[in-house]
Design a protein around this ligand. Structure first.
Ligand code: SF4
Ligand code: FE
Length: 493
């Protein structure tokens, strides 16, 4: 099949029987659910842009397995050029959606599982790499979305998987059969889980032999028996139910999506298993997936940052403050921070190398430095955006108030809407409604629904800050640096 169009993608979701729960109820038609739909539109953008000739080079690639044209989100990177294009593609999508467009977790999982299965087979003579290659071919052919799923709920963080009071707090094998395995457990805050066709499960930490049953990687259809999802709510999410023009949602069309994905005695056939007890490779898989996803943040968050910088500048224009030197300086600082993140994404790509399996991997140290910066700079960018926009971002009356024709018993006899428009005017050349829209948009990005995918996800997505610091300490080669210093200082020990 050729690349799916945006419409075909949305229709393909309707064919799935994915079990979704939200606000305490089962959601039967989740494709058209007003709270979930923006995240589907966002994912659909990865299909829409792939159809446009001007983005063909970034959005599509030639499959290393079939030689056919595929969506880059299903691609096994074949060069450092591919790695750079990946980051640029993510920046583009961040610019077009100002949200988390979700499809990257699958791409990052593909590349990590591809190289790790090769090395497991090399050591143990297993057939996981062959299984995985066949799986990738199938996904490429269908142009499906695969949700790469790593993060287990983890329970008591001080205990390994096998010592948890509830053994399901990490995904595990509960039964081994001749034709496959049965698994139980869950993946938490799972990006893009509901609107993906498939899930690719990986372990979340490096393990010991005692955790053998938890060292498992496999693919499963999103609507397989025993799989269900509980939707994660977002700040201001019920504003999507308020009707009107949707001004108070800030970003009417797009949004991210996270859910708890539960596996309750799910059968996985042998040909969809990519790790089954090889605990000594769980660390490698985690490190590689996390590395790719930390690179990703040097693209997606930069694209969203571009939009936020633009929004802050528009708010300054509407306030009539655009000429103030401190405003100009704040916009420069935001740009400097944002481009620094992009530099990190490009640098870890340019310094990438080929794995034993043949695909390309980023430089792990630089990818972790990239993500560590992402845990900080978007917070400063958000602070500056809120500074420029002003307090009205969090004090403005609702769209319904602006539209209200309820008369206030005053001498002027104006309506509530009249008063809103009178007192929230900025630069007189701009309709008040535009000011409303840009301030709500900034609110959405800084502390509303999109803040999940921009601000807080910058901190915790692809691993919380400490996870990168551990990798930076492992990869930083301190002994070599000490030797450099000793040599130049003339120290002979
Ligand atoms: Fe992609 Fe960024 Fe969302 Fe991760 S956080 S899935 S890299 S858009
Ligand atoms: Fe993420």
């Amino acid at each position: 099949m050729a690349l799916m169009t945006k419409e075909q993608y949305i229709e393909s979701l309707r064919a799935l029987n994915t079990q979704v729960y939200s606000f305490g109820k089962k959601v039967e038609n989740w494709v058209d659910d007003p709270i979930i739909r923006p995240s589907i539109n966002c994912m659909a953008m990865t299909y829409e842009l792939a159809q446009q000739p001007e983005y063909e080079d970034l959005m599509t690639a030639t499959s290393a397995l079939s030689g056919k044209k595929i969506n880059r989100f299903a691609h096994l990177h074949q060069s450092t050029d591919d790695l750079r294009k990946k980051v640029k593609m993510q920046r583009l999508l961040g610019q077009k959606t100002a949200s988390c467009f979700q499809r990257c977790v699958g791409m990052d999982a593909f590349n990590a599982v591809f190289s790790t299965t090769y090395e497991i087979d090399e050591k143990y003579g297993t057939k996981y790499h062959e299984n995985f290659k066949n799986y990738v071919k199938y996904i490429e052919e269908k142009d499906f979305v695969v949700d790469g799923a790593m993060t287990d709920p983890k329970g008591d963080r001080g205990l390994p998987p096998h010592l948890q009071k509830d053994p399901d707090l990490f995904v595990r094998i509960v039964e081994r059969r001749p034709d496959g395995i049965v698994v139980c457990g869950a993946k938490a805050h799972q990006t893009g889980s509901i609107n993906s066709h498939e899930h690719l499960i990986m372990p979340t930490i490096s393990m010991t032999e005692a955790d053998k049953d938890y060292a498992v990687s496999f693919a499963i259809q999103s609507d397989a028996e025993g799989v269900f999802m509980i939707y994660g709510r977002q700040s201001c999410d019920t504003r999507k139910l308020e009707g009107g023009e949707g001004i108070d949602t800030g970003n009417k069309e797009f949004g991210g999506q996270e859910a708890l994905v539960v596996f309750d005695h799910v059968f996985v056939p042998n040909d969809r298993i990519f790790m089954c007890g090889e605990w000594d490779f769980s660390g490698m898989l985690v490190e590689r997936f996390a590395g790719y996803h930390r690179q990703s943040y040097g693209g997606c968050k930069v694209g969203v940052g571009d939009v936020l910088i633009g929004a802050a500048a528009v708010a300054a224009d509407y306030n009539g403050a655009q000429k103030a030197s401190h405003i100009k300086d704040k916009l420069i600082e935001m740009t400097h921070l944002n481009e620094t993140l992009f530099c990190c994404g490009i640098a870890c790509s340019a310094e990438g190398h080929q794995t034993k399996a043949g695909n390309y991997q980023i430089d792990l140290l630089l990818a972790n430095v990239c993500k560590q910066n992402v845990t900080r700079f978007p917070y400063e960018i958000v602070r500056l955006a809120e500074d420029i926009a002003g307090g009205l971002v969090v004090t403005m009356p609702s769209e319904a108030d602006f539209n209200s024709d309820v008369k206030v018993p005053t001498v002027s006899g104006l309506t509530v809407g009249d008063y809103c428009k009178k007192y929230f005017v900025g630069n007189g050349n701009v309709p008040v409604e535009n000011r409303q829209k840009i301030l709500r948009f900034i609110e959405n990005l800084c502390l509303g629904a999109a803040a999940v995918g921009y601000r807080t996800e910058s901190l915790h997505g692809a691993g919380s800050p400490q996870a990168q610091r551990i990798m930076i300490s492992r990869q930083g080669n301190l002994p070599m640096k000490k030797e450099l210093a000793k040599k130049l200082a003339g120290i002979v020990e």
